[in-house]
Ligand binder design. Sequence first.
Ligand SMILES: *[C@@H]1O[C@H](CO)[C@@H](O)[C@H](O)[C@H]1NC(C)=O
Ligand SMILES: *[C@@H]1O[C@H](CO)[C@@H](O)[C@H](O)[C@H]1NC(C)=O
Ligand SMILES: *[C@@H]1O[C@H](CO)[C@@H](O)[C@H](O)[C@H]1NC(C)=O
Ligand SMILES: *[C@@H]1O[C@H](CO)[C@@H](O)[C@H](O)[C@H]1NC(C)=O
Ligand SMILES: *[C@@H]1O[C@H](CO)[C@@H](O)[C@H](O)[C@H]1NC(C)=O
Ligand SMILES: *[C@@H]1O[C@H](CO)[C@@H](O)[C@H](O)[C@H]1NC(C)=O
Ligand SMILES: *[C@@H]1O[C@H](CO)[C@@H](O)[C@H](O)[C@H]1NC(C)=O
Ligand SMILES: *[C@@H]1O[C@H](CO)[C@@H](O)[C@H](O)[C@H]1NC(C)=O
Ligand SMILES: *[C@@H]1O[C@H](CO)[C@@H](O)[C@H](O)[C@H]1NC(C)=O
Length: 584
Amino acid sequence: MSAWKLAHILTFILSVSAGSLLHSRSAAPEGFIDEGVAPSNDNITLRFALAGRNASGLRDTLITISTPGSPSFRKWLSKDEVKSFVEPSSQTLAAFDTFAAAHGLAATPESRSVHGDWVSLSMPVSQANALFAAQFKRFSHRDLTQPITRTLSMSLPAQLVGHVEAIHPSTFFYTPRSVPAEQKNAGGAQFYKRNTTSTPQSCNTIDPAGAMNPACLQALYGIPLTPIVSHHHNRILLPALQGRVPSPGSLESFLTQFRPDIAPNTTFNLIKLDNPSFNATGQDGIVAEADLDVEYTIGLATGVPVDLLSIGGNDTDIADPFLDMISFIEGLDDPPSVVSMSSGLDEADVGFILAQKICDGYARLGARGISVLFAAGDGGVRGPHDNITQCGDNTFIPVFPASCPWVTSVGGTQGVGPEIAANLTGGGFSNFFLQPKYQQSAVKHFLSTGIPKDFPGRFNVSGRGYPDVATQAWNLQIFSQGHAVRDAGTSFAAPIFAAIIALINDRLLYAGEPRLGFLNPWLYEHRNAFTDIKAGRNTGLVCPATSIAFEAIQGWDALTGMGTPKFSKLLHAAFAQSSFVRVC
Ligand SMILES: *[C@@H]1O[C@H](CO)[C@@H](O)[C@H](O)[C@H]1NC(C)=O
Ligand SMILES: *[C@@H]1O[C@H](CO)[C@@H](O)[C@H](O)[C@H]1NC(C)=O
Ligand SMILES: *[C@@H]1O[C@H](CO)[C@@H](O)[C@H](O)[C@H]1NC(C)=O
Ligand SMILES: *[C@@H]1O[C@H](CO)[C@@H](O)[C@H](O)[C@H]1NC(C)=O
Ligand SMILES: *[C@@H]1O[C@H](CO)[C@@H](O)[C@H](O)[C@H]1NC(C)=O
Ligand SMILES: *[C@@H]1O[C@H](CO)[C@@H](O)[C@H](O)[C@H]1NC(C)=O
Ligand SMILES: *[C@@H]1O[C@H](CO)[C@@H](O)[C@H](O)[C@H]1NC(C)=O
Ligand SMILES: *[C@@H]1O[C@H](CO)[C@@H](O)[C@H](O)[C@H]1NC(C)=O
Ligand SMILES: *[C@@H]1O[C@H](CO)[C@@H](O)[C@H](O)[C@H]1NC(C)=O
């Protein structure tokens, strides 16, 4: 059994059976170097997850309001309704505040999340070690500019048991490398061969060289070019980690070339959440990610306002921006309708408890009527890694948050005649989250027919299967840092699907209907709204001679989910479940 797997099982079992031991792992992940104990007077800020009044009630309510046929279908919750489920009880707040005060610590109003379920406290390392039976150490990594402070175990004092459910940072290690290879350098790579009979004419006309672009996607998926008609309650929000922002001028060049029919100065609204004075610069990949996000949303969702939420800075821990993003969106009275993000990491590195907390956050956004989309990753079944040299036991690595059942996970395809699964696409099964009901029958078919005989044991057949849907992810045109480049990755797939959802929301809102919100239970009832992708394999683990992975088959598969969208069918499906049917 590999170390990562062992670590997660230990965390899970011990936290349940030993009661007060909250987080633990046997060792730091591969690549981290123990630099010794953290100086005892260094200050550390710990974030505490307080137990909510009724977290399971929120999840149950979300399923009810997102499942077609339910009387409360798409009756999304208000900010206060969500709060009533997730805010801590007065006993929990009292227990926590009493504990903090007894140790000379106090939370400020700014250190509490919008619904009060996360609280931060700063204290010297010596005090953190004493209060939580921890041993904070510093760990360096060749991909981090500074060491990080972590502990291999952390326990709860008796007064907090039942009130505090997670503490961060503790045993969660993060490296920039574990953010998926958000871009693959497809520039100069072979172009896929077009089948000139079946390729939409506009693809060949616009780019004879064979790269994907908005016009080709519009033709392929039937995405309309017409601008939106309703202008309220429909906005795409793009969180961008590590303080990244799009490179100046790139969006304008992109629109000038690929959307000559819309104003080239159409732009996004930049929101800097923390680090207002820091813009990520330098690394091409980091900036290109923000560029492609705005280019493929603004370039496809004609007229839909787009917010770029730039979070964090160099080496910022990934859990902090994930939690900050959820709290920021929850605080909005008029939140975005679609959130699209293309980051993720090994599920096991996040750990069960923290992953569950973050995933619950997405359930809350879904309940507000927000469609939360995540890219499925670019490492085939190697988690987010596009290149790992360590084989382990060939166990497939799921990517979080793509594996969270409360997000819509978007895989990748390549080629247009026919469209097949992209070999880079992430996909697989969660070790943390049970297979939700909404996908059970779809996934069952794949498990019974699509799996080679030597696969058992490599992945978890009872876990949430991902992705749910897919779009093009290979050899797409972008502008970045002033240049036209071709690029690849499921980082393209998530914003492309986000644009389609926003355009459907526009038609719904114009007709006085609620927006789509949490998509999955509805999506899985409309498999005919997708082109089933039936060919292509993704890549396996980079191990001697064992590069096995999944294969796309008829029906749902762990590479492309239900397939790629057919706009008019999806639009029809959106209205099919509403109070009236409009033919479009
Ligand atoms: C830790 O924080 C305290 C209170 O804000 C401050 O007085 C102290 O100088 C800080 N210690 C270090 C090492 O920065
Ligand atoms: C939790 O929420 C569910 C769903 O609304 C509700 O049925 C249940 O009574 C709630 N439980 C508590 C303890 O409030
Ligand atoms: C090209 O597309 C046409 C129409 O869809 C199809 O009949 C033909 O088999 C395809 N050719 C190849 C080589 O895939
Ligand atoms: C975009 O350009 C048009 C005319 O070219 C101008 O009227 C408009 O104000 C510009 N919009 C922005 C946001 O700069
Ligand atoms: C960061 O980038 C944005 C958008 O390009 C720009 O408006 C802002 O001035 C930049 N801030 C800094 C500190 O460079
Ligand atoms: C962030 O990292 C980049 C690239 O390594 C470096 O050039 C820049 O100085 C760093 N900025 C800060 C504020 O640490
Ligand atoms: C994969 O990683 C190894 C070790 O870091 C490196 O030597 C190799 O060049 C990488 N391969 C590719 C294709 O990036
Ligand atoms: C993945 O597909 C691309 C495009 O067809 C091809 O260039 C590349 O070699 C493939 N990679 C692997 C590992 O099969
Ligand atoms: C498989 O997934 C289930 C449900 O998510 C989980 O309870 C179980 O621990 C997982 N098994 C392994 C070996 O990770």
